[in-house]
Design a protein around this ligand. Structure first.
Ligand SMILES: Cc1cc2nc3c(=O)[nH]c(=O)nc-3n(C[C@H](O)[C@H](O)[C@H](O)COP(=O)(O)OP(=O)(O)OC[C@H]3O[C@@H](n4cnc5c(N)ncnc54)[C@H](O)[C@@H]3O)c2cc1C
Length: 550
């Protein structure tokens, strides 16, 4: 049976849940989420949320730090909106029951790379889990909100899916097709649809992201004809735990550990970061990740060390209990033992292009959180600005929709076709899906990683296009499973990242090209936009903040 709600939200991380909470007084909400409701990147966020709270800090300083990290590509209006909203949303989260760590009568404020002040609000070292739990608790009390677990969104419903391919003048989203646990694909109609599907770290062989992070929202939006931006800017976190005995997402050693005084050493024992940057271990993530990559490649080492040996045991266990316990489970006793660490794919600065209210280039389709590109991160995200971005822009999208409720859907109920799986069968070649996923992850890691070149990117593109053809053919003749849906999306996202990387012929922020080692402001101070097979650059000076990517 098709279902209807005023709002359909895809994803139950910080962005989806906060949006749902904010619109729940003005209409019915269905949240679709592809695993259990708490399973999200949000749930694994450790370090915290940045906010100007200390008396010695200022909005201007937080704005400047964000712009500096973004290497000339941040959109200042978006940054200002985010930074100035931060203290207020922290207070709202506190009122919802998030127990942020306190120092005496004030919030304890941590320090992370690229920040000029202590401004990281945190719940010890499990900030995301505390937020996710509080938001889910608050939503459980709302009778207007219904969460559907294990429901995988497959495709956005647009004019293409109307009987006779009838399209409205402007591309419009009417909701989403989603695969339910009973194997059926159902239609979920809405006045407005929010993409809050998080990031895409899983396209890389080494990532801190959980298995849900397969870029589904970006891929669905791209196929629906939305404008996608800045996908070349993938952040590699410098310090994921190196543990070859355990496949799957790499356990993150939060930047806050370096903020608290831990130092990096190469396998020769040298504190190498002082050779690369005046800020040493507290340089922005891209600088630290590249330095580690360089040390590992030139020395032939498989990891570097994070050294906490000079720190107080009590302080380490009190401030970082999750990290200390996880290390102990793997035989690393803190702070006596050093932690082996490597960089891993962590965050996607690009995504579905939106304006300051989460509006995309498709009518009735909104996007917030890591799936969106609001312009706040530019070429590199400042640490702890992503939970903040998710919550601030979810709130703005909700306020916009409450103030401007879209008209109810009309004829579309009858005109949007049910999912057609005629001609598909249960396949016996599932090994192909697992194999293609691994192959894609290796290609992305080896050729579209921390340091890139045109040759490697061209090679990656050829392999990705072969995989794309193979996966599309398999998709057309096979009954859907979540794994197949994810693989198809991962291939699309890998293609978008590689195309964007090939287009940008310079090095800037997170995008390092060995053949173009310097930034080039005259040609490349622009966003990379992609839509329906076309890639182009739009200079930052052309940005009007009222409508997304038009
Ligand atoms: C280990 C780790 C530590 C981090 N630490 C910090 C930090 O300290 N501070 C900070 O600011 N940021 C941090 N980040 C980044 C931050 O956690 C994420 O950017 C942020 O949580 C993204 O929130 P979101 O709501 O956009 O998406 P997510 O929290 O990732 O939620 C996405 C949701 O969408 C669902 N979904 C995806 N695809 C589909 C589909 N096809 N159908 C249905 N549902 C779908 C998922 O199941 C999930 O519920 C960290 C990230 C990681 C991985």
């Amino acid at each position: 049976m098709p279902q209807y709600a005023d709002y359909v939200v895809i994803g139950s991380g910080i962005a989806g849940l906060y949006f749902a909470l904010k619109v729940s007084d003005s209409g019915s909400v269905i949240i679709l989420t592809k695993k259990q409701q708490a399973e999200s990147n949000t749930n694994y966020a450790q370090g915290g949320i940045s906010a100007t709270i200390a008396e010695t800090d200022s909005f201007d300083a937080h704005i400047e730090d964000t712009l500096r990290a973004g290497a000339g590509l941040c959109h200042r209006p978006a940054v200002e909106v985010m930074v100035r909203s931060a203290p207020h949303v922290i207070e709202e989260l506190r009122m919802l029951g998030v127990h942020f760590t306190r120092r005496g009568r004030t919030l304890d404020l941590g320090r992370e790379g690229g920040h000029s002040h202590n401004r990281i609000v945190h719940a010890r070292d499990a900030t995301g889990r505390a937020i996710e739990a509080a938001l889910l608790d608050a939503l459980a009390k709302r009778t207007t909100v219904h969460i559907v677990e294990h429901a995988t969104a497959v495709e956005l419903m647009t004019g293409h899916h109307r009987r006779g391919g009838k399209r409205s003048a402007a591309p419009t989203c009417y909701g989403v097709y989603a695969l339910l646990p009973n194997g059926q694909v159902e239609r979920f109609f809405a006045r407005a649809t929010l993409l809050a599907t998080g990031g895409c770290g899983q396209v890389y062989a080494h990532t801190t992201n959980p298995p849900i992070a397969t870029g589904d929202g970006v891929a669905m939006a791209y196929r629906a004809g939305a404008t996608i931006a800045n996908m070349e800017f993938i952040q590699f976190h410098p310090t994921a735990l190196y543990d070859p005995s355990r496949p799957g997402p790499a356990f993150l050693i939060s930047e806050a550990v370096r903020g608290a005084g831990a130092v990096l050493r190469n396998c020769g024992g040298e504190r190498f970061m002082v050779r690369y940057d005046d800020r040493a271990e507290l340089a922005p993530r891209d600088v630290v990740a590249r330095a580690i990559d360089h040390e590992m490649k030139t020395r032939g080492d498989r990891h570097v060390w994070l050294d906490l040996r000079h720190m107080e045991k009590r302080e380490v266990w009190e401030r970082f209990p999750t990290i200390a316990r996880e290390c102990a489970r793997r035989g690393i006793q803190l702070p006596e033992d050093m932690i082996p660490v490597v960089p891993a794919a962590h965050y996607c600065c690009g995504g579905v292009w939106t304006d300051l209210y989460g509006r995309t280039s498709i009518e009735r389709l909104f996007a917030c959180g890591e799936v969106a590109c609001t312009g706040v991160h530019g070429a590199n995200r400042l640490a702890s600005n992503s939970l903040l971005e998710g919550v601030v822009f979810a709130k703005r999208a909700a306020s916009y929709l409450v103030a401007h409720p879209p008209a109810p859907l009309g004829a579309e109920f009858d005109e949007i076709l049910p999912w057609d799986d005629s001609g598909t069968a249960n396949a016996e070649e599932w090994v192909l899906v697992a194999h293609d996923r691994q192959e894609l992850q290796s290609v992305m890691w080896d050729y579209v990683g921390i340091v890139r070149s045109e040759l490697r990117l061209q090679r990656a593109l050829r392999r990705i296009e072969l995989l794309r053809d193979e996966v599309e053919e398999f998709y057309r003749r096979t009954k859907l499973t979540p794994e197949l849906i994810e693989l198809r999306n991962m291939v699309t996202v890998a293609w978008l990242i590689t195309q964007s990387a090939l287009h940008r012929k310079e090095s800037r922020g997170l995008h390092t090209m060995s053949d173009y080692p310097l930034p080039d402001d005259t040609r490349w101070r622009c966003d990379t936009l992609l839509r329906q097979g076309r890639v182009w650059c739009r200079p930052l000076t052309d940005i009007a903040c009222d409508k997304a990517g038009q």
